[in-house]
Ligand binder design. Structure first.
Ligand code: GAR
Length: 203
C-alpha cells in the first residue's frame, strides 16, 4: 500500500515538527512528509524545516479577506501535494467549519495540558500559575471548537513544588516528543476510529 502523505502545520519554534520529521526520515513512522505549512514568516520552524530539507508553504493570513479564503488556499495546497492527513504542531490558528468538515478526523493536534483543562495558547503557564500538582499532554482530533476534539492519547506530567516554568516546559515537551509519535503510529496503523465523538483505539 502507498505511504500516507502528511503535512505538518507550525507557527513557532517547531521542535515537535522536527521530532516528527526526524522520525519519519529514520523510518520510525511509516508515512511521507509532503509539506510543512507555516503561517508566521518569523517562525524558527522555517529554519528547522530548511535544515531538514523539507518543502515549506508559508501563508500570511493578512493577505486574505476571510478565514474561509485562508482555509481554502491551504486546502488547495494540501490537495496539490496529495496530502492525506495533517498534524498540527504548535499551529496557533483555528480552522473554519468548512475546512474541519472536509478534513474530518484527518487532522491531529498536540496540546500541552490535560484537556479539557487549560485549553488555549498558554496552557503550560496557566497550569503552573494555578499551582496544579500535575498537567500533561493531549493528542486529539480537531473539531470545530478550540482544543475540544475527540481525545486520542493523554499523559500526565507532574508539577513539583520547586519547579520553575522553564523546568516544567522542558518536562512537558519531553512527553510531547514521545506521545505525538505514539498517536501518529496508531493513526497510520488504522487503529483509530471515532464513534459518538469518542476515539476508539483497536490495540
Ligand atoms: C507545543 O508545546 C504544543 O503542544 C503547543 O505549542 C508548542 C509548540 O512548540 N500547542 C498549543 O499550545 C496548541 N494550543 P514547538 O513549536 O516547539 O513544537
Amino acid at each position: 500500500m502507498a505511504q500516507k502523505r502528511v503535512a505538518i502545520f507550525v507557527s513557532g519554534s517547531g521542535t515537535n515538527m522536527e521530532n516528527i520529521a526526524r522520525r519519519v526520515q529514520a523510518g520510525e513512522l511509516d508515512c511521507e512528509l509532503a509539506l510543512v505549512v507555516c503561517d508566521n514568516p518569523n517562525a524558527f520552524a522555517l529554519k528547522r524545516a530548511a535544515k531538514l530539507g523539507l518543502e515549506t508553504f508559508l501563508i500570511d493570513s493578512k493577505q486574505f479577506k476571510s478565514k474561509g479564503e485562508f482555509d481554502a488556499r491551504i486546502d488547495q495546497e494540501l490537495n496539490r501535494k496529495s496530502v492525506d492527513f495533517v498534524l498540527l504542531a504548535g499551529f496557533m490558528r483555528i480552522f473554519g467549519s468548512e475546512f474541519v468538515r472536509k478534513w474530518r478526523w484527518r487532522v491531529l493536534n498536540i496540546h500541552p495540558a490535560l484537556l479539557p483543562k487549560y485549553p488555549g495558547a498558554h496552557a503550560i503557564k496557566d497550569a503552573f500559575r494555578a499551582k496544579e500538582k500535575e498537567t500533561g499532554v493531549t493528542i486529539h482530533f480537531v473539531d470545530e471548537g478550540v482544543d475540544t476534539g475527540p481525545i486520542i492519547l493523554q499523559r500526565a506530567v507532574p508539577i513539583h513544588l520547586d519547579d520553575t516554568l522553564e523546568l516544567l516546559e522542558a518536562r512537558v515537551h519531553a512527553v510531547e516528543y514521545e506521545l505525538y509519535p505514539e498517536a501518529i503510529r496508531l493513526f497510520l496503523a488504522g487503529k483509530l476510529s471515532v464513534t459518538s465523538n469518542q476515539v476508539v483505539i483497536r490495540r
